[in-house]
Design a protein around this ligand. Structure first.
Ligand SMILES: Nc1nc2c(ncn2[C@@H]2O[C@H](COP(=O)(O)OP(=O)(O)OP(=O)(O)O)[C@@H](O)[C@H]2O)c(=O)[nH]1
Ligand SMILES: [Mg+2]
Length: 281
């Protein structure tokens, strides 16, 4: 990418950590051989971890009725089942898949006392989804402000951004804020209304219309809306047909679009930070 290495070296020389995340996101994209990060974002208890468990067909991520997820977890294809715990100092170790909750949850790892950067899980069963890495994030807006900060810090890693909104709390100002933030990092945003089993078809249609109109009014653009329930397999099939397969079939174009938007953002965002930082050594 134009000027990327130059700006990266300037950041190192002038000690500018503010851009570390963006640098890491671009480094990641370059290194990952066109793996697309499909990242779930949303308010706490929107059903993000439940959704990903259901989508990948395995109960890996801890779920619950109080704020649960505290650490970023990435799940992708690998030839053997594996869970790697990456620590904030860059070192890592392997653990059993059924032990990841010891690190992921706020209950077992309060305030990230265990100093975990993220968790990387590999599953052989994801072979037909080789081009994706599914990413779970801590919920936004709970009393645990450090969880919100962890997720906000991850916005720049979005490939496909899935904004999960519970059908029984359709569209808050906080959801709008997530979309506003993510939209600057990716052209691929999908809105997923979870817990669709709580309503009948007529009510779901009412929710869909309310959302479409509210989003179009605020953002002057249409978003793809999907319903989901972990209790009805038909929703998983719809997500496969309407979201996963179309992205798989145009993977190169999608990846190119990510590059374009990241490169535009890269050219704009660092310049102000750099100018300010270099003039205030
Ligand atoms: N009825 C219904 N409940 C669901 C569905 N998906 C998730 N839930 C429930 O919603 C609650 C929250 O689920 P989680 O998956 O932990 O939500 P989360 O968004 O990951 O929560 P945080 O990690 O705390 O941000 C749990 O009690 C789930 O059982 C669904 O499709 N239908
Ligand atoms: Mg969760």
């Amino acid at each position: 990418m134009d000027g990327f290495d130059y700006i990266k070296s300037l950041c190192a020389i002038h000690n500018i950590p503010a851009l570390n995340r963006q640098i890491q996101a671009i480094d990641d994209m370059q290194a990952q051989n066109q793996v697309i990060d499909m990242v779930v974002f949303g308010q706490f208890k929107a059903g993000k971890s439940s959704f990903l468990n259901h989508l990948v067909g395995k109960d890996i991520l801890p779920v619950g009725v109080i704020p649960v997820t505290a650490i970023i977890t990435r799940i992708q294809y690998g030839p053997r089942e594996k869970a790697l715990i990456i620590q904030t100092d860059g070192t890592f170790f392997e653990t059993a898949l059924d032990q990841v909750g010891e690190y992921i949850t706020e209950k077992n790892n309060p305030n990230n006392q265990k100093r975990i950067e993220r968790i990387e899980i590999e599953l052989p069963s994801l072979e037909s989804f080789r081009e994706f890495r599914f990413v779970d994030t801590p919920g936004l807006g709970s009393v645990f402000k450090h969880n919100t900060a962890t997720t906000q810090d991850w916005f720049c890693h979005s490939g496909v951004a899935l904004i999960l909104i519970a059908s029984n709390a359709p569209l808050s100002e906080n959801d709008m804020d997530i979309i506003r933030s993510v939209i600057t990092f990716t052209p691929e945003i999908r809105i997923i209304m979870t817990k669709a089993d709580l309503y009948n078809d007529e009510q779901l249609e009412e929710i869909r219309q309310f959302l479409s109109e509210s989003l179009a009014h605020t953002f002057s653009q249409n978003f793809n809306l999907h319903f989901y329930s972990i209790y009805r397999s038909v929703y998983r099939e719809q997500i496969m047909e309407q979201m996963i397969q179309p992205i798989q079939s145009k993977r190169d174009r999608t990846f190119h679009a990510f590059w374009s938007i990241k490169s535009i953002r890269w050219r704009r965002a660092p310049s102000d930070t750099l100018k300010w930082r270099i003039s205030h050594p």
